[in-house]
Design a protein around this ligand. Sequence first.
Ligand code: FES
Length: 109
Amino acid sequence: MMFKLFNTKEDLKKMLQNNEPRLVIAGNKNICVIRQGERLIAFENECPHMKEGLNGGLVNYLNEIVCPLHTYKFNLQTGIEEKQRCASLKFVEVEYLAEGIFLKLAQGK
Ligand code: FES
């Protein structure tokens, strides 16, 4: 299932600050999105540790999202928690098409 978020990369840049996590509701899923330049990173918003909303976290200088509840740190490239104390981020695929920028969610999830 595809969810359109932005019409163009210009819209993406206008509407999201670099490295500022934002919550998007797509279907029945809460997705955290983070813009880095012209790229969009998306993953399930629930922290894999104890389900805190990662959209309330910060991106640090090591390119990790830091959960606001217990400060576990998840690498934004690999999704892996710094000390592997819990599962990794569940990334959501982002598609850049002529018609816009979309989240691609698995059917029924
Ligand atoms: S809920 Fe995120 S680190 Fe514990």
